[in-house]
Design a protein around this ligand. Structure first.
Ligand code: ADP
Length: 392
């Protein structure tokens, strides 16, 4: 029997949605509400070939949800709210409590809110979105899909930082990792395209977007990932610095008298591609500036690729080999120059990019002689959320 399942991604001022027919995985409608909290919030919805846009005041997430549900009825996308059998919510942080997606009851919701100490910008708004839907659709199953849970399979020698052990026990300070839904989706898709069971594969997934992370996936399980206690760690990103020597923070606190909040803004919002190039956080803009001869933009692109290459080498060592390297996310899916720079001179490791296939954006872009498959796979976190609602 076909069921209608909603996938929700709530941010601090936005709410993205996709309504699926499951299990046939057809998108019935999708869209988003942006600028929640403003007089000129922006609502867009797409169904069939129709696109509808509107601007009006939306005070909070509850109003956004109410508006979305009215729009579904007004446009006759559904006849009754009872048709929506389940709602899957993307939740940033599941801590150690959630090693898989979970049905949301009062206790789970409280736990998600409690984990707000670890993800203060995300979990509280995720919880607001969940509450809003639970109120509007009390009959629908609510499921939380966590960015962190895929990585709960990492062993302690990988997830622990070499700090005094009590900081792990008392404060939960450890590597959690993020982008789990995307890494899981592309790893499954890659195995499907290779017609090989996931349990037989060693994969490295490179999710390269505004936020970027790599994940080493062995037998279908995350064994290492580049993001850490927060989504700041790992590779260089649009505005985030990725891994740096932590001593730089107390040094700058003293030298420039910076507060913890100022340092946090520096490493999260002013660094990365933007900080080095001085041009933009957007990879396309930096690519264009580099083409136009901007040396700092050229340097930023080199640094971006160099850091990713270092993680690839490290994860091959971690897994004792590699069967496929996956590129996904806005940069991974679209930038052939990024993929070429990352794969440059890795033939020794069996990674040999085919220029023609790469330029043609084919799904597999390795040379015929290359031992390691190189795959370009469009991520689909919303579909993964809808699948998890069905599974859970
Ligand atoms: P988010 O992390 O916000 O989901 P995306 O996965 O959409 O981000 O990725 C956004 C990044 O992808 C931006 O840096 C953008 O410049 C880059 N990008 C998108 N399309 C292209 C393209 N055709 N060529 C190069 N970079 C691209």
């Amino acid at each position: 029997m076909l069921q209608k399942i909603m996938a929700i991604n709530a941010g601090s001022s936005s709410l993205k949605f996709q309504l699926f027919s499951m299990p046939d995985e057809q998108v019935i409608t999708k869209g988003m509400i942006e600028r929640i909290g403003k007089q000129d919030a922006f609502f867009s919805i797409q169904y069939g070939k129709q696109k509808h846009r509107e601007t009006f005041a939306v005070e909070n997430h509850q109003q956004a949800v109410d508006h979305l549900l009215s729009a579904l009825l007004d446009h006759e996308i559904i006849k009754s709210l009872d048709e929506i059998a389940g709602v899957g919510h993307r939740v940033a942080h599941g801590g150690e409590a959630f090693s898989d997606s979970a049905c949301i009851d009062a206790a789970a919701l409280q736990q998600i809110e409690h984990l707000g100490t670890l993800a203060p910008l995300h979990n509280p708004v995720n919880a607001i979105g969940i509450r809003a839907f639970m109120e509007a659709l009390p009959h629908a199953k609510a499921v939380a899909v966590f960015d962190t849970s895929f990585h709960q399979t990492m062993p302690p020698e990988t997830f622990l930082y070499a700090l005094p052990y009590r900081y792990y026990q008392e404060q939960g300070i450890r590597r959690y990792g993020f982008h789990g839904t995307s890494h899981k989706y592309v790893s499954q898709k890659c195995a499907e395209k290779l017609s090989t069971p996931l349990s037989d594969l060693r994969l490295i997934s490179c999710h390269l977007g505004n936020g970027s992370s790599l994940c080493a996936i062995q037998h279908g399980r995350s064994v290492n990932t580049s993001m850490g206690f927060t989504p700041l760690a790992g590779v260089m990103m649009g505005t985030r610095c990725g891994d740096i020597d932590p001593s730089i923070m107390p040094y700058l606190a003293k030298q420039e008298n910076k507060s913890a909040d100022e340092l946090n803004a520096l490493i999260n919002n002013e660094s990365g591609l933007l900080g080095i190039s001085g041009v933009s956080n957007d990879y396309r803009d930096v690519e264009q500036a580099a083409k136009d001869g901007n040396e700092r933009a050229q340097l930023a692109l080199k640094m971006f690729a160099e850091r990713i290459r270092a993680f690839i080498g490290s994860y091959i060592a971690h897994m004792g080999g590699l069967d496929a390297l996956i590129f996904t996310g806005g940069i991974g899916e679209n930038s052939r120059t990024a993929r070429a720079a990352i794969c440059h001179a890795l033939e020794y490791l069996g990674i040999a990019l085919d220029e023609t296939r790469n330029n043609a954006n084919e799904t597999f872009i390795q040379q015929d002689s290359g031992q390691v498959k190189i795959a370009v796979i469009n991520t689909n976190e919303e579909l993964m959320i809808a699948r998890d609602v069905m599974r859970v």
